[in-house]
Design a protein around this ligand. Structure first.
Ligand code: DGL
Length: 286
C-alpha cells in the first residue's frame, strides 16, 4: 500500500454530505436529513442508468455502489449515506473497508423497532429481493425477531421501484397489487409493516389512505428519521457539523440539493422537483 492515497474524506465542516441511491428513493432519506441538519450542503448521486438494483446479483450491486461511492468521495464529501437498502446489503462492508477514514452510513430495514412494538408477533418487511436476501436484514431477523418469537413475512414486488420512478400513478396494476397485499398482511395478523426500500416512503400517503379505507390495524415504519439522527451524531462526534453561519443570508432555507443522475432522462427533473421541491438542481454525469 506504499504511496496509495488514504481515503480520508474531507475534514472540513463546510464539505457536503453525499447521498447515493439507484434512483430517486434516497430522497426520502434526504428529506429527514435536510430537516434535522438544515445548515448542511448535500450532493446526491442517482444511478438512473442502472435502476432498479433490486433484482441484480450481489457482485453487480457491489460494483455499481463502489463506483458511486468513489464519485461522491471525489466530490470531497465529509460523510456518505448509502441511501439504498439493496446497495447497503451488498456493498456497505466493502465500501467501509475501501474508505476506512470516511464515515459511511448504510440502511437496513427498521425491523428492530417494529419487532419491539408488535403485539401480534407478526410483522412484514416490504423490500427488494436483494435486500430480503442480504445478510444485514437476516442478521436482525436472527438476533432480534427470532429470540422474541416474532414471525417476519418477507414480500417483494419488482414493479414497486419503477412505479415510484414513474411518479406513482394510482390506476396502475402495481397500485392494485399493493392494495390487495395490505389485505393479505392484515389477514396474516401483521400489525407492523416495514418499508425496507428508500423508494417506498414516497407512497406512504397511498398506504395510509388504503389502510383507513380498508379499516386495517397496520402501522407503517421506515428508517429515514433514525438515519438522520445517526448522521447528526456521527458528525457531532467528529466535529464536522456545518454551522448556521455557513448558510448564505439569501438562502434562509439552506443550500439547495444538487442531484446528479447517471442517465439523461427528460422526466427525471419533474419527478425530483415534485418530491423535494423546485429549488433542486438536477444535473447529469455522462
Ligand atoms: N431505494 C433502493 C433500496 O432501498 C431501491 C433498490 C432498487 O433500485 O431496486 O433498496
Amino acid at each position: 500500500m506504499t504511496g496509495a492515497p488514504l481515503r480520508v474524506g474531507s475534514k472540513d465542516s463546510r464539505a457536503p454530505i453525499g447521498l447515493f441511491d439507484s434512483g430517486v428513493g434516497g430522497l426520502s432519506v434526504y428529506i429527514h436529513l435536510a430537516e434535522q441538519l438544515p445548515a448542511e450542503r448535500y450532493i446526491y448521486y442517482a444511478d438512473t442508468l442502472h435502476v432498479p438494483y433490486g433484482n441484480r446479483d450481489s457482485k453487480d450491486i457491489e460494483a455499481l455502489t463502489l463506483t458511486a461511492v468513489e464519485w461522491l468521495y471525489q466530490q470531497g464529501c465529509k460523510l456518505i449515506v448509502i441511501a439504498c437498502n439493496s446497495a447497503s446489503a451488498h456493498a456497505l462492508q466493502t465500501a467501509r473497508r475501501c474508505y476506512p477514514q470516511l464515515p459511511i452510513v448504510g440502511l437496513v430495514p427498521a425491523l428492530k423497532p417494529a419487532v419491539l412494538a408488535s403485539t401480534s408477533g407478526h410483522v412484514a418487511v416490504l423490500a427488494t429481493k436483494a435486500t430480503l436476501d442480504g445478510a444485514l436484514l437476516n442478521q436482525v431477523i436472527s438476533e432480534v425477531a427470532a429470540p422474541k418469537g416474532t414471525r417476519v413475512i418477507k414480500y417483494f414486488d419488482p414493479e414497486l421501484v419503477p412505479w415510484v420512478e414513474a411518479g406513482m400513478p394510482e390506476t396502475s396494476e402495481t397500485a392494485q397489487r399493493l392494495r390487495q397485499q395490505l389485505q393479505a398482511f392484515a389477514s396474516a395478523d401483521v400489525d407492523y409493516l416495514i418499508l425496507g426500500c428508500t423508494h417506498y416512503p414516497f407512497f406512504k400517503g397511498f398506504l395510509f389512505d388504503e389502510i383507513e379505507a380498508q379499516q386495517l390495524a397496520l402501522q407503517v415504519v421506515d428508517s429515514g428519521q433514525a438515519i438522520a439522527t445517526r448522521v447528526k451524531s456521527l458528525l457531532a462526534e467528529q466535529r464536522l457539523l456545518a454551522t448556521t453561519e455557513s448558510v448564505s443570508h439569501t438562502e434562509h432555507k439552506g443550500h439547495p440539493l444538487v442531484f446528479y443522475a447517471s442517465e439523461n432522462n427528460d422526466r427525471l427533473k419533474n419527478v425530483v422537483q415534485r418530491l423535494v421541491g423546485p429549488q433542486t438542481q438536477v444535473k447529469y454525469i455522462i
